[in-house]
Ligand binder design. Sequence first.
Ligand SMILES: [Zn+2]
Length: 231
Amino acid sequence: MSTSEPTASPGREALPLSPASAELPTGGTVRPVTRWGTEVMHRKARPVTSYDEELRSLVADMVATMYAADGVGLAACQIGVDLAVFVFDCPDDDGVIHRGVVCNPIVELPEGKDRKLDDSEEGCLSYPGAFVDCARPDHAKVVGQGLHGEDVSYEGGGLFARCLQHETDHTVGTVFGDRLSNRARKKLRKQMEDAAEDYPGQWPVEVGAESPAPSAVGGDAPTSSEDDPER
Ligand SMILES: [Zn+2]
């Protein structure tokens, strides 16, 4: 999921981390983000059954891609992989950061009088540069498995509740455009078309940087001829 709020703002590092948060795997390769309309995004994903190195490597790529795209959550189908898993690094409305991995997510939403809709803005990395209001319950809980197959459960409100619902939707082939009125969907489309120049087909892979091919492991940027003190 994406938000028009700056997620990489300097102050964000100073925000407290929720105690339920899990460490996200590092060292992944940034991959191009798959767009709406691509078949893998519009059908139910296969369940995760093997909690192995291949899964860890996939999740590391998802994390690297989510950060490169300045997102707060990303599902495997968004890098073209048909598996029910998502990652998130998302603040709630109290300014607490939630971070984790969920395989085979199931979302639980408030019912009856506890169910309150929040009509805030929502965006998707697979429909970049566009944001419209989307009504969703203001609190959500997701249960599933973590990276090692352990049971996990994440729960919260605000943007984080929205993120948990948005990413779980991706694992069953639903994009948030499916939840909008025709009018809102048209507005979304117009914004995306207007922003298209900023999001070339390989986005967020930098043009001239390393190949997104699976063989390109490691984080070195072979095309950089300048001395980069960060490396
Ligand atoms: Zn999305």
